[in-house]
Design a protein around this ligand. Structure first.
Ligand SMILES: [Mn+2]
Length: 312
């Protein structure tokens, strides 16, 4: 790949906020995530020393977005929320409301929506100081809804340094010249129970975030999303899609629709079904003896943000 490209799909003059507009009938999916216990803080770090970086022009993102709600949550727009902003080099964030709250008659969308709204309002906050982990702290503190959510925030500096903070199982891939060169792995308590920021005191905080800084180059593409994307689409499909579709809006749409298609395909051996089998979940023994195995995508809200780096 390695492509020229880059036309901005939409106006980038303001933060743009996306989530479902109104609460609606609660639909509980028994396969959905649960609310968790406590967990220890991790740290992940990658890359550069300022001294080794060449002098360069200013980096920024062009981005395209696409959201496909869970088929049973279309009316309310699902429980994911996200925002994109062209502040500084560009800020991208995705939150995934933990659906287990529906069991307690709480709309899982409310927490993720408010968390994302607060984060979008705090992007330029002086105390945040363009640090995604502090942004998580302040956005979480400002959120008063009941519920919880996994969240990832990526902030690009004009120097080309991408700063990421993630709590839970939203994800990010960096594609460079036709290869996925970097990924943010999910954090979870156990299968299908991600780390999450919550209205409850006994869960994770910004301190539990996986934090990393990495240097992006011109034409690098980042693909960020909720687990609905990464549970249903393999990295090689992400790479081939962003290589083929130079328009970031088109790439986001194609990836979202591919994830949605896979999520409904019971015979597709998805990243989710592979992971489930590796954790010991599978078809009953008699089916195994017939050569069968657990397959299928995972129905979920699917949020995709594709960001391409341009230097000017
Ligand atoms: Mn999800």
């Amino acid at each position: 790949m390695a492509t020229p490209i880059l036309r901005c799909p939409t106006s980038l003059n303001h933060h743009r906020l996306f989530s479902s507009p109104s609460p609606n009938p609660l639909l509980f999916d028994p396969t959905d995530k649960r609310v968790p216990p406590l967990a220890p803080p991790p740290l992940f770090s990658a890359v550069p020393s300022a001294a080794s970086r060449p002098i360069r022009s200013e980096s920024s993102f062009y981005f395209g977005t696409h959201l496909v709600p869970h088929p049973k949550k279309i009316d309310k727009g699902g429980e994911d929320a996200f925002f994109v902003s062209n502040y500084n080099g560009g800020v991208l964030a995705v939150a995934d409301g933990v659906s287990g709250w529906a069991e307690r008659n709480v709309d899982p969308a409310l927490f993720s929506q408010e968390l994302i709204m607060n984060a979008s309002h705090l992007v330029e906050d002086e105390e945040v100081n363009y640090d995604p982990q502090i942004l998580l702290r302040k956005a979480h503190a400002a959120t008063s809804s009941i519920g919880s959510a996994a969240i990832i925030v990526a902030m690009l500096e004009k120097s080309g340094i991408l700063k990421v903070a993630s709590v839970g199982d939203c994800g990010l891939r960096v594609v460079r010249e036709g290869q996925a060169i970097f990924s943010i792995p999910p954090q979870e308590h156990y299968f299908d129970c991600p780390y999450q920021l919550s209205s409850e005191i006994i869960t994770q905080t910004y301190r539990d975030a996986m934090v990393c800084n990495l240097e992006l180059l011109e034409r690098d593409t980042i693909v960020m999303g909720s687990d609905g994307l990464f549970d249903n689409v393999y990295d090689h499909e992400i790479v081939s899609t962003v290589s083929r579709y130079k328009d970031v809006a088109e790439a986001a749409k194609v990836l979202g629709n591919l994830a949605s298609y896979h999520s409904k395909d019971s015979s597709f051996d998805s990243p989710y079904s592979m992971e489930a089998r590796s954790r010991g979940f599978d078809v009953p023994l008699w089916k195994k003896l017939l050569g069968m195995k657990l397959t299928g995508g995972k129905l979920d809200d699917i949020t995709v943000i594709v960001g391409k780096v341009v230097n000017s």
